[in-house]
Design a protein around this ligand. Structure first.
Ligand code: GLA
Length: 378
């Protein structure tokens, strides 16, 4: 990929820049908890974005998206916002840096990625973190890593219309090979957890349903609004820390729908902590059991699944897979599956065949390798 980027960069700009990369992410458990001040448990993966970048001394950004074969130029002021969706991510990062007082000039760039788009693996966070990390480094801005993640998150909020939490950008910036990270999204404290399921006889695999997930303008923001309404009735800033008893006590003051949303989130908080304890004890069966609970919570109470993902989770259960659930924001994308090694081949074959028979195409198998996050490439 680097080679192709470099060739295009030469052709377009007749020079050479620096290379930067960042990653997509998986999340073992802790879904829709980040914007509720709860816990998440993600890790960066070996699929991400690479960009070559060189300041051009002017006030314009010249950007080429290699995978789309599209070029775009834009300025650095608020009124210069580009129309292309992909360019808005880069523009947003520039704007958010400038809002924080970061002095950047124009630059030339070519970028490419291998995170499947719309699969719930955070291709957009990978793009934002690549540019936030790179511009901070190139222009010597001295912005810390948490703020780099927030720059990506604010880009989503202010330029892409998604009121997302911090998980994806955090994972993409802080990712470390062989480790998941448990992040407390209220205090922003986090801990690296060594994660090597193969050593325990398990494999982690994503199955991409290829139902496109698209958070922009989606009910994602509605879910967040439901949670905020319930937190308000409870007199709390976040749903984090609320108990089922407290929720029952205000049941007649909130809508049935908001009640279900909050019930899922409160349950999910406990599940993340259970999974962390189980992992420390090498108890992968408990990890898997919680994953299924999350799936059905997201499907029935949070209502962010779809028929195809429910089908994949059911096939996993029938095959005796340890854990399976929808991953990421929902409304399409992948399931994440924890599978005993000896069952792996049979499960994948069965899931592909059964899914193809029902939906006319196979889901895509994506083995997970936990890798490093944002970095400069040699
Ligand atoms: C998307 C958002 C994240 C998080 C997940 C659900 O990926 O970007 O902030 O809310 O959905 O866990």
């Amino acid at each position: 990929m680097k080679q192709r980027i470099s060739e295009k960069f030469q052709t377009l700009y007749r020079s050479e820049g620096e290379f930067y990369a960042s990653a997509g992410r998986i999340n073992l458990i802790g879904e829709h908890t980040d914007y509720n001040g709860g816990f998440v448990f993600p890790g960066a993966i070996d699929k991400g974005m690479i960009a070559e970048i060189k300041p051009n001394g002017g006030r314009k950004v010249c950007a080429f998206a290699l995978d789309l074969d599209e070029y775009c130029e834009f300025g650095l002021n608020e009124e210069d916002a580009p129309v292309q969706g992909w360019a808005r991510y880069i523009f947003g990062v520039c704007r958010e840096i400038r809002k924080r007082g970061g002095e950047i000039s124009g630059f030339n760039t070519v970028f490419s990625g291998d995170v499947p788009l719309g699969a719930g693996m955070s291709s957009s966070a990978a793009l934002e973190s690549t540019f936030a990390f790179a511009l901070n480094d190139i222009f010597g801005l001295g912005i810390d890593k948490f703020e780099l993640a927030r720059i990506g998150q604010s880009t989503e909020h202010n330029y892409c219309g998604v009121k997302c939490g911090i998980m994806d950008q955090f994972a993409s910036v802080f990712g470390k090979a062989g480790h998941l990270m448990r992040l407390d999204c209220r205090s922003m404290e986090f801990e690296y957890f060594p994660f090597d399921p193969e050593q325990h006889g398990y494999r982690l695999v994503l199955l991409n349903s290829r139902v496109k997930h698209q958070l922009t303008g989606s009910p994602y923001n509605d879910r967040r609004a439901s949670c905020e309404r319930v937190a308000k009735v409870l007199g709390q800033e976040f749903l984090r820390g609320a108990t089922m008893e407290q929720l029952e006590a205000i049941k007649d003051k909130i809508s049935e729908e908001d009640y279900l949303r909050a019930r899922y989130v409160i349950g999910e908080e406990r599940r993340v902590l259970d999974v962390c304890d189980a992992l420390k004890a090498g108890d992968y069966e408990t990890v898997g059991a919680r994953m299924y609970e999350t799936h059905w919570g997201m499907s029935k109470d949070y209502e962010v699944s779809c028929e195809e993902l429910d089908f994949l989770a059911e096939v996993a259960q029938e095959c005796g897979v340890t854990g399976s659930r929808i991953m990421g924001g929902g409304f399409g994308g992948c399931t994440i599956n924890l599978v005993r090694t000896e069952l792996y081949d049979a499960f994948i074959a069965k899931a592909k065949a059964a899914f193809a028979e029902r939906y006319g195409h196979e889901p895509v198998e994506i083995p997970v390798v936990i890798s490093d996050g944002a970095r400069r490439l040699a």
